[in-house]
Design a protein. Sequence first.
Length: 389
Amino acid sequence: MSVISPSKATPSKSDRHRPGKLAESGSPTVRPPAAAHLSDEQVAELGRELDAIRDDILGKRGAEDAAYIRRMIKVQRGLEISGRAALLVSKNKAAWVAGTTLLSFAKILENMELGHNILHGQWDWMRDPDIHSTTWEWDFVTPSRSWQHTHNDLHHRWTNVVGKDNDVGYNLLRMDENQEWKPINLANPVFNAILAPVFEWGIAIYDLELTEYKAGLKSKEALNKDLKALGKKVITQFTKDYAATPAVAMLTGSGKQALYGTLTANAVRNVWAHAVIFCGHFPEGTDTFTEEMVEGETRGDWYVRQMIGSANISGSKFMHLMTGNLSHQIEHHLFPDLPSSRYAEVAPKVREICLRYGLKYTTGPLLKQVGSSWAKVFKLALPSKPARA
């Protein structure tokens, strides 16, 4: 497919996720404490600077970016084919280790760098129907369309706003002091430990929006539609991983080993995805917000909230690739529809802006961020007073 650059007038995904006004015609009633020192004029100027960074990348997108994503798809598919092929003869222990490892890498790459980013519309500008947010179905048990609603439309719009963004704890964990403490929260660490290896199933249930249905905010028809879509996706995933591959492997006497291999690969991918997502939203230094703080929010204020409500992971280029470049979570939340391969390029500029405007830029190595996230899980398992009145 040829690469066709869209007009700059074409509305983008991130344009629809953030407030449209940059002029200070309705500043928040209460600005977050970490940004309380900023004047309306400073927030407006900060917004213009970030808009300029985004426009610069939009103007640069082209053949090099298209070649990158197509190369990643080829690499991912090669890893998956090789991994499943090795599992067909996995009665041999070395073949089992090789097959499970390759399939684990393939699933992580598909979930993080391909699925997550393609579903954000990062590559829609290519106008390739095979790499488009409206057609891609990822290797994750939750259907793409359901996830796009809860993640793109809700989480990215209301990032860390308690009461608006249900990703703050996924309706399961207490992850903020302003969430009411209940005795069941004592099991916070247990729930989180169980959630990690089955993360895709937790997200699939979360995407059904059962709490909204119980509250009368979601119709029975809408729930049934989502359940039907989930049922189809479950059948597809089970057939591919737990039926087809083990069935063919039975011809070599490796059926049981192949089943264990696909189970392990999915668990590895789930644990990794869980770690990356938690590192991007819950380490020490990330802020949460009240609904008061987003009343009358301008685009500049929305940018500020994304910067102080997200956290990065420092590390190697390989680590960034395997996180789907969500190790640049701050940049991703600022520009969710820019090609993920460009986040490393804009990160120094974003960090400099944070420094100049007196805003924190939370980052740290993987183990530190994982440890910080888990520390919060344990801390909030216990009763605590709300951080804000």
